[in-house]
Design a protein around this ligand. Structure first.
Ligand SMILES: [Fe+2]
Length: 402
């Protein structure tokens, strides 16, 4: 980041900690809640196996609290939350919920902390699916991301999905759904594979870009988001390709950028890539990060082309000016490339991320996706013809997966 940002103040959260080993203070914070706390711990299916620091942290937590440990494999569903709620209630009261993991564990923990305060089935509180308004009550929820991607620790919604022909991917949302503590510890992301760093980092980049270029973004937030876009462009390629001179610093920069992307999507909304990613996630269970990584390049290209072709559009002049400035700011960090935007469009291929057609999105799914797609708050109104062309680019590579 070019300028120091007070993340707690910017987000309006009580506690946001950054820096190497900051997560070690988690047990003390839990102890400050109660003498003999019960902690509902939500992790990803592989979080503990993959991260020594997460293992160590959970052992320390077990010394000070009774733990109810729940795992979530893949993106959480309302059914997962209902089953978790039943299990936690059967064990008695819980003092708080702690999420240690990627976006799925964070969303699952956030939803559980909120829905433990509600009585009806979880599905009834989901936007566009149920008809109940959540009360906004929430148990204390602590978030420790082990990937730098969704920024769920900074957003006020939790995404729950049931992929399938009659499926959905929808949000549980309330402005009061805020974490009681966030730890952005670069040691927690140290064991991510290059593919995970790439897809999560591109999700964060897409969220930042879409919030920054949104027609609804406040000017002061846009400045911070633009700095974060520069930070991702500076650090993501070297981290994915193993050439970072200071990997810890690069991982921390990406964690902060991902946090800001969550704040951005909450306050400014998103654009076309997420307007397609939501409906895709409703029909096929492909990891959200990969969906965004594959849609980021085509959506960036089409957005810029649409703005150039429609300069009379209501938001076009301002948006084109912003794009030009961003390109200029990225240029010093694109050695060997004359065009930073073209460079970004090549990331997914360069890092050999599979096309969506190779991991389950078939042409038969396209009509259903297109029916629910939108450009959301993008300054470019691409519409169904362009969306269709973007989906068509997801056909498998000749010869299939490498
Ligand atoms: Fe996203």
């Amino acid at each position: 980041m070019d300028r120091m940002v007070d993340l707690s103040q910017l987000a309006g959260f009580d506690h946001v900690f950054t820096g190497r080993d900051c997560a070690k203070s988690l047990p003390d914070w839990i102890l400050s809640l109660a003498d003999r706390p019960t902690v509902t711990l939500v992790t990803g299916a592989q979080t503990i196996e993959r991260s020594e620091m997460a293992q160590d942290l959970i052992c320390r937590l077990a010394l000070v609290a009774k733990l109810i440990h729940l795992r979530v494999g893949g993106e959480p569903s309302d059914e997962w939350v209902d089953a978790a709620r039943k299990e936690v209630r059967a064990m008695g009261d819980t003092t708080c919920v702690v999420s240690i993991g990627g976006g799925s564990a964070l969303d699952a923990g956030k939803a559980l902390a909120a829905l433990l305060c509600e009585k009806a089935p979880s599905i009834e509180y989901l936007e566009g699916v149920g008809f109940r308004n959540p009360s906004g009550k929430m148990l204390p929820w602590f978030a420790l991301p082990t990937t730098a991607g969704t920024g769920s620790e900074a957003s006020t919604n939790a995404v729950l999905s049931r992929p399938g022909s009659t499926g959905f991917k929808r949000s549980l949302r309330h402005p009061a759904y805020r974490p009681s503590g966030v730890w952005l510890d670069p040691n927690l992301t140290a064991t991510c594979t290059p593919a995970v760093i790439a897809s999560c980092g591109m999700d964060a980049f897409t969220q930042l870009f879409e919030a920054w270029s949104s027609t609804q973004v406040p000017a002061d937030l846009a400045e911070v988001l633009e700095d974060a876009l520069v930070a991702v462009y500076r650090h993501l390629p070297s981290l994915v390709e193993g050439t970072a001179t200071d990997p810890t610093h690069a991982r921390e920069a990406l964690l902060i950028a991902a946090f800001l992307s969550g704040l951005g999507l909450t306050r400014a909304g998103l654009g076309t890539a997420h307007g397609l990613a939501g409906p895709i996630g409703a029909v096929v269970p492909i990891a959200h990060g990969l969906v965004c990584a594959r849609l980021a390049g085509p959506c960036l290209r089409e957005t810029v082309e649409w703005l150039r072709a429609n300069p009379q559009g209501r938001h076009a002049t301002k948006a084109l000016g912003k794009m030009t400035r961003l390109r200029e700011r990225l240029a010093p960090y694109s050695p060997g490339s004359t065009d930073a935007f073209a460079d970004i469009q090549g990331w997914a291929d360069r890092w050999e991320l599979p096309r969506l057609g190779e991991v389950g999105l078939h042409p038969a799914h396209h009509p259903g996706v297109l029916r629910l797609a939108s450009d959301r708050n993008s300054p470019a109104q691409l519409g169904p013809t362009v969306w269709k062309a973007i989906l068509a680019e997801q056909k498998p590579f000749p010869g299939g997966l490498k």
